[in-house]
Design a protein around this ligand. Structure first.
Ligand code: U5P
Length: 209
């Protein structure tokens, strides 16, 4: 249930951290920093090195045709899931979903998400319930919002929560509030020993209360 947000630029560093941490991960999430730093081929390399699913967090937010072109390229390169913004509308989201397994952002984890996103979260949840993506992104920094989103969201749609660790979110609280997967970046990849960091988080999550 732990997803590593592997936001480093360098291919070698990324592969090393992925290999060191893979035993405690459900998947690896990559974002623009790693793709811009190492190229799209990093998806296949990570999969080959770790055997784990790769989530391409590109937060695609364009017209349907461009969204489709981006999603196709990402899935052709081996990604298992893609993250897309919902606020661009159903047509743009559908264009991505036609290419592969999709995760829709319904509310982000940073403080600024309260400005424009939170006011439309209800409508983004409605859209998700209608389109039935694999999952949605909800803020790991706001357990009360995870609980709210879990209540409104169809039971079979998974909840992914970034914001754990460096942004102040607590893994156990997010899971208790209804998250299915927690996403952790800096707290693991910037640790002196990433393997120990993820192992200790895994231990904490699997310990009896
Ligand atoms: N991410 C968020 N919040 C969101 C959506 C995505 O933090 O609402 C992504 C970031 O872009 C980063 C990861 O890749 O999740 C969190 O990294 P960190 O704060 O644990 O280092």
């Amino acid at each position: 249930m732990i997803i590593l947000a592997l936001d480093v630029y360098e291919r070698k560093r990324a592969l090393k951290i992925a290999e060191e941490t893979k035993d405690y991960l459900w998947a690896i999430k990559i974002n623009w920093p790693l793709i811009l730093g190492s190229g799209i081929g990093i998806i296949g390399e990570l999969k080959e090195k770790t055997g784990l699913p790769v989530i391409a967090d590109l937060k695609v937010a364009d017209i349907p045709n461009t969204n489709k072109l981006i999603a196709k390229k990402v899935f052709d390169n081996g990604a298992d899931y893609i993250i897309v913004h919902g606020f661009v509308g159903r047509d743009s989201v559908r264009a991505v979903m036609e290419e592969g397994s999709t995760i829709i952002v319904v509310e982000m984890s940073h403080p600024g998400a309260e400005e424009f996103m939170q006011p439309i979260t209800d409508r983004l949840i409605e859209m998700a319930n209608e389109l039935k993506p694999f999952g949605v992104v909800a803020p790991g920094t706001r357990p009360e919002r995870i609980r709210y989103i879990r209540e409104k969201l169809d039971g079979d749609i998974k909840i992914f929560t970034p914001g754990i660790g460096a942004q102040g979110g607590k893994a156990k609280e997010a899971l208790k509030a209804g998250a299915d997967y927690i996403i952790v970046g800096r707290a693991i990849y910037n640790a002196d020993n990433p393997r120990e960091a993820v192992k200790s988080l895994w231990g904490e999550l699997n310990a009896e209360d």
